[in-house]
Design a protein around this ligand. Structure first.
Ligand SMILES: [Fe+2]
Ligand SMILES: [Fe+2]
Length: 286
């Protein structure tokens, strides 16, 4: 098996949106023709404004399918208090998708989205008990030789240089849930900085851990930290024996995204515990 996932995030239609970069993202998405396009939230800058939803739905029409999408904190209204508290995802459900636990299934692969955005928090994320139960039930439907991938908007750990950002409030619980369910890979966004790591960075006592693949903002001016003002997305290849993650960064000089790093992990669910020599980037005799 070999699947390609294109992972974009934090589009932020509205004032921060860069339409020129968005056109290039659509062009590259059609060139790549991924088996699945994942969009991990923050479709708009301010969910209160209908115009921003119209801009983003116009953009989405230019992207290939199939897609798996989940909401971010910016997809919840800020100023409309009634909506914010009692129906925070009304506009997301109307303009993007009514499904906040989307599932994408192919032989040997299950990608499952979850919601971390609620009306009572402005920036921070949370996986509420109901979401935890739903995610665990869905993941447990698949045998452990299936490559299980979770998609959330908020991140579960702050990478170096991003200390103090609002990650998932119950991150420890969620990280343990993923480990228990043998979730092999987590795709997320929110802090507008690309990062590849593992949940073992925060819970070294776990057996397997989950690979973390975080995307920066793909189409907005709100890049942070070392990606200040920059745009990025990830290309993920899930193969029989390895998971390969390529981070791509938009280069203004050439006006397209270029690969800036590549990470290769053995496929734990395929009982691979070392990267096979032929899959290694750095060739050694070991
Ligand atoms: Fe964002
Ligand atoms: Fe966010």
């Amino acid at each position: 098996m070999r699947y390609t996932l294109m992972h974009i995030s934090d589009l932020h239609a509205g004032r921060p949106f860069n339409p020129d970069v968005a056109v290039q993202v659509a062009r590259e998405a059609h060139d790549i023709r991924p088996d699945l396009l994942v969009i991990s939230g923050d479709f708009v800058q301010r969910a209160d404004f209908v115009h921003q939803w119209q801009v983003i739905t116009t953009f989405l029409k230019q992207l290939p399918e199939p897609r798996l999408m989940i909401p971010g904190n910016h997809d919840v209204p800020l100023f409309h208090f009634f909506d914010r508290l009692f129906r925070p995802l009304r506009r997301y459900k109307r303009y993007i998708s009514s499904d906040i636990n989307p599932v994408f299934e192919r032989p040997g692969l299950a990608v499952v989205g979850g919601n971390t955005a609620y009306g009572w928090t402005v920036d921070g994320g949370y996986v509420n008990p109901q979401q935890c139960t739903i995610l665990e039930q869905i993941f447990n439907c698949y045998s452990d030789d299936v490559c299980k991938v979770a998609v959330l908007h908020h991140h579960v750990l702050n990478p170096p240089g991003c200390e103090g950002r609002h990650k998932i409030r119950n991150a420890d619980e969620v990280v343990r849930l993923f480990d228990r369910c043998n979730v092999e890979l987590l795709l997320c966004g929110h802090i507008h900085v690309s990062y590849v790591g593992t949940t073992l960075d925060v819970r070294p006592d776990m057996q397997q851990g989950t690979i973390i693949c975080q995307s920066g903002t793909t189409t907005s001016h709100r890049g942070k930290g070392r990606e200040q003002g920059q745009n990025s997305y990830n290309l993920i290849e899930i193969a029989d024996r390895v998971i390969r993650i390529e981070q791509r960064l938009y280069l203004e000089d050439v006006k397209h995204f270029i690969p800036v790093s590549e990470h290769v992990f053995p496929r734990r669910s395929a009982h691979m515990y070392v990267v096979p020599p032929e899959e290694r980037i750095i060739k050694t005799d070991i």
